[in-house]
Write a protein that binds this ligand. Structure first.
Ligand SMILES: NC(=O)c1ccc[n+]([C@@H]2O[C@H](COP(=O)([O-])OP(=O)(O)OC[C@H]3O[C@@H](n4cnc5c(N)ncnc54)[C@H](O)[C@@H]3O)[C@@H](O)[C@H]2O)c1
Length: 390
């Protein structure tokens, strides 16, 4: 994680987080540990609790404890343990909160200490939905920076990180050759764009299904086939839903699909493929043909293969985003924490975008880590571009 490493080196030299208590409710993974170490290098006191009972890597938790970070979380912990860990983190009195699902910010507000926070960051869409609801009803008492909506996060991480890892999940689960097959991508947001791009790179013919005319047009201009999902159902060999919407592939689509079709979902929840309808249609039976591949046999003998039970395929069948992706996300987190500390009480309570300078800084550090240099505007170009004079 070279971007975060460079942030950590600067933090270590400047110590601008000296004595600040940073509480984090994040997945306890090696990538998160790198973020915790960067914050500690800046002088922060850091405490971490698990955002999800199953993502905790116990060896990582132990290593962080050895570094002086207070860690609460154990792999497979139950609901009551999870809540007790979160309550202990709230009681510790963080001045800043790093959140993944808004449980920590919610807990701090329920404890009546939301006003005292310098701010928070949020890593997920789901968390932001909750925080914006708090903002709407006037209960959000601190600034929250929507890290997962930054450009480096959406345009790069979702497109290249999810794009690659979703295909990685499909390939690990099935071992198919994509070249020569038709891959149907349903949803052409940042993630769908990445999946379509990488599927084309692997030699597949790619069809995109969209409901938004701009995005559908963009897909067409990129050279992908664009058509309604019912038409695509007859052509596809591999289907990937990535819309965020429920029941994108339903009985009427399954009825038209070819024998051997693969069905995968890269959207957050397992609602995009109508699993109930698929099972109902499988009057010939459902059987496991490989780990994470369930074959549904239709009345006429056609076999539809569901991957990872319709759960998010890059996490369920592969390893989620590669560390290079989390590197940029967590560098955004670290730089946002620094800003909230350096400029306390500048942002009003509410949900805020990551400032463009921070986004640009992460892109600059990433380029540097790749050894890529770029030009800068000359003073004359600067003047020209910022002047209204003819
Ligand atoms: N697997 C991962 O690691 C990962 C990473 C990022 C996002 N996601 C998830 O992927 C999903 C999409 O994320 P995104 O950032 O690309 O969102 P997005 O909102 O940018 O794009 C979704 C696209 O789907 C389209 N769409 C909605 N309903 C549709 C339908 N019925 N048929 C066809 N198209 C439809 C929308 O018009 C939109 O263009 C979300 O559930 C998100 O949480 C997963």
């Amino acid at each position: 994680m070279p971007v975060l490493r460079s942030v950590r080196e600067r933090f270590g030299a400047e110590r601008s987080l000296e004595g600040v208590r940073v509480g984090a409710c994040l997945h306890i993974t090696a990538e998160t540990a790198t973020l915790m170490r960067a914050l500690a290098a800046g002088g922060a006191e850091v405490a971490l609790s698990a955002a999800n009972p199953f993502s905790t890597q116990d060896d990582v938790a132990a290593a962080l404890v050895g570094d002086g970070v207070v860690v609460r979380g154990v792999h497979g912990e139950g609901r009551s343990e999870y809540e007790a860990h979160l309550a202990a983190l709230v009681a510790w009195g963080p001045q800043l909160a790093l959140d993944d699902g808004a449980d920590l910010v919610g807990g701090l507000h329920r404890a009546g200490v939301g006003d005292g926070l310098l701010g928070a960051t949020e890593e997920t869409t789901t968390g932001l939905v909750r925080l914006r609801a708090m903002e709407r009803d006037g209960t959000l008492r601190c600034p929250v920076v929507a890290v997962n909506e930054a450009i480096t996060e959406r345009a790069f991480n979702d497109r290249y990180g999810t794009g690659q890892s979703a295909l990685d999940g499909i390939l690990r689960a099935t071992h198919v050759l994509l070249a020569g097959r038709t891959v149907v991508v349903l949803g052409y947001g940042w993630t769908g764009r990445g999946i379509a791009l990488r599927a084309r790179g692997a030699g597949a013919s790619v069809v995109v299904c969209e409901v938004d005319p701009f995005r559908a047009l963009e897909a067409r201009m990129e050279g992908f086939g664009v058509m309604p999902a019912l038409d695509a159902a007859e052509r596809g060999d591999v289907f990937v839903t990535v819309t965020g919407a429920p029941k994108v592939l339903t009985r009427q689509h399954f009825e038209r699909m070819k024998d051997g079709a693969l069905l995968a979902n890269a959207g957050h929840f397992d609602v995009e493929i109508d699993l109930e309808a698929l099972v109902e249609l499988a009057t010939g039976g459902v059987r496991d043909v490989r780990p994470l591949v369930q074959q549904h046999v239709l009345a006429d003998g056609r076999r539809l293969n569901l991957l990872a039970g319709g759960r998010v395929v890059n996490l369920a069948a592969a390893e989620g985003h590669p560390p290079e992706v989390m590197d940029m996300s967590f560098a955004l987190q670290a730089l946002t924490v620094e800003r909230l500390v350096r400029e306390p009480r500048v942002l009003e309570p509410g949900v805020h975008a990551v400032p463009p300078e921070t986004d640009r800084e992460v892109a600059r550090l990433k380029l540097a880590s790749l050894g890529v240099e770029i030009d800068a505007l000359t003073p004359e170009q600067q003047d020209y571009l910022h002047s209204w004079a003819p």
